[in-house]
Design a protein around this ligand. Structure first.
Ligand code: FAD
Length: 483
């Protein structure tokens, strides 16, 4: 099958029997039409439709090396600078559609699978079958255009002990037994964004594991169909309240669910296992395969789209109420521009300094992308703060669509007018600002940007540890030794 369209995405979801616990309700299917998911899955369907839209299809797809049919560009193994540019353009085209609010569009994990499959020899170190398995799985996901989510983090019961020691080792997902054709997994993982409506769950390593026999059962990487027996999701309360688009312009479109993943003796066939019982391979999973680099390449395109949106929104806001001339307002707008230009420059540097890795994949330079990965979780937190500061009480003068069209219409038109907008137009703009900086949806976005790629504190530790500071220490030492 070639790159899917929206109807095909929704049809597959309609046939899936995914087990989701949500607000006291047990779902075993019907996800596509459930109020918690129906709007966001339609936003995802629009992305799949774009793959067939003449305006986008040349960027979003390329001919499959096996079938010749168009498949998603995020599966393209980059060999030339043009390939890297095409991947970035495809990431950006999709990200622009949601202003970067959809964090788990398929291109994020397709990029990981592309790099992992290209590094099949790395997986084959432990067993040649694992090399074949990761390659075969990538081809399946590419040719069927499946939507993957992933789950990495152990339950948050007690961070003072190793994840594998929480509740005597019973909490974190682990292999409880092997049989003739696979392994059985029991325990839980936090979290899986879009878990309830993905096609596949990638259970990949994250926490640093100890090279001890006790950590072996926790040291694995595999892929599971989302409706596998024994797999269930505990979804959080939805932040799409089923309100009109006018009232919740972002939450009514882009509310990606997050869910705890429970493995109740889930059987995984060997052909879906990529690492088993090997803490050292798990610890090197992303870095040694370059998967983290290609994932970050996608992330920077998405966060660039998001920052462009914030700049557009903040500029409409300052213009609307005539505050653009105040210097502190300009200073904050400059901060948004600086973030945007920093992301663009870092991405450009990463592509300009790309090099072929040991598996033959043209890979963006890691230092600039790692810099972006370390900056954005903190820089994004300023954006809602800036919007709240600029919007002030206006963010509470935000009647609903029913009010704008109801008996209060004349008052709204008169008393909620802005320097550059009529009352109804101003309310529409301010509701968008509200959904970007005050609503529950916006709070989850800020949390997402801070944590989705890992704890920024520990990412900073890895950044420092991996950065070659010797030349700079030597220069300072040489200065100290001068007469
Ligand atoms: C909205 C959202 C969506 C997410 N989606 C996904 C997903 O789809 N898939 C997935 O796998 N994960 C997902 N995550 C999880 C994400 O990877 C984690 O939030 C992140 O790795 C941090 O882990 P934690 O949440 O368990 O925090 P914790 O590790 O529990 O940390 C809590 C606090 O304690 C501190 N702390 C804890 N341990 C240490 C330590 N050893 N050293 C220093 N400080 C420490 C942290 O700095 C932090 O302040 C998502 C998270 C969010 C918020």
């Amino acid at each position: 099958m070639a790159a899917r369209n929206g109807r095909q995405f929704l049809q597959r979801l309609a046939a899936a029997r995914v087990h989701v616990e949500i607000q006291g309700e047990t779902l075993t299917g019907g996800i596509a039409d459930h109020p918690a998911f129906r709007n966001v899955v339609r936003s995802y369907a629009e992305l799949y439709d774009m793959q067939h839209d003449p305006a986008y299809r040349d960027v979003l797809t390329y001919p499959s090396p096996t079938s010749g049919e168009p498949v998603a560009t995020s599966f393209l193994v980059p060999a030339t600078p043009g390939d890297l540019a095409k991947r970035r353009q495809a990431f950006k085209v999709w990200a622009d559609r949601s202003f970067g609010m959809l964090g788990r569009t398929g291109d994020y994990l397709n990029s990981a699978l592309m790099a992992l499959a290209a590094a099949h020899d790395w997986f084959a170190q432990a067993d040649p079958a694992f090399g074949a398995n990761i390659r075969g799985y990538y081809l399946k996901v590419r040719e069927e255009d499946l939507l993957c989510t992933h789950t990495l983090v152990p339950p948050q019961a007690n961070r003072a002990v190793a994840a594998s020691q929480q509740a005597a080792g019973s909490l974190m997902a682990h292999v409880v037994r092997e049989d003739d054709n696979g392994v059985v997994i029991r325990g839980a993982r936090l979290l899986a964004t879009i878990g309830p409506f993905a096609d596949e769950l990638l259970v990949f390593p994250s926490t640093v594991l100890r090279s001890s026999p006790e950590d072996k059962p926790y040291s694995f990487a595999c892929a599971i169909p989302n409706d596998a027996p024994g797999l269930r999701y505990l979804a959080r309360e939805p932040l799409d309240y089923g309100r009109p688009r006018h009232d919740h312009p972002l939450g009514s479109r882009f509310e990606e669910s997050d869910a705890v993943v429970v493995f109740d003796d889930v059987h995984v066939p060997y052909e879906r296992c990529f690492v088993l019982g090997d803490p050292d391979l798990c610890n090197g999973f992303y870095a040694q395969t370059s998967a983290v680099v290609h994932m970050t390449h996608q992330v920077v395109a998405r966060t660039t789209a998001k920052t462009e949106y914030i700049l557009g929104l903040v500029s409409l806001l300052t213009q609307a109420i005539g505050i653009e001339q105040f210097q502190h307002v300009q200073a904050d707008v400059a901060e948004v521009i600086t973030t945007l230009e920093t992301l663009r420059a870092l991405n450009r540097a990463a592509e300009a300094d790309a090099a072929v890795n040991e598996f033959g994949v043209l890979t963006p330079a890691w230092a600039p992308l790692n810099t972006a990965r370390n900056l954005y979780p903190r820089l994004y937190q300023r954006f809602p703060e800036i919007l709240r500061k600029f919007g002030a009480s206006g963010l509470m003068a935000t009647p609903t669509q029913a009010d704008v069209a109801g008996p209060a219409a004349a008052d709204i038109e008169t008393y909620l007018q802005a320097a550059a907008l009529g009352g109804a137009e101003r309310v529409k703009l301010f509701r968008l600002v509200w959904d970007t900086c005050i609503s529950a949806f916006s709070g989850r976005q800020a949390l997402y940007e801070y944590y989705f790629f890992g704890d920024p504190v520990r990412m900073a530790g890895a950044y420092v540890a991996g950065y070659d500071r010797e030349p700079y220490k030597a220069a300072v030492r040489a200065f100290l030794d001068r007469d």
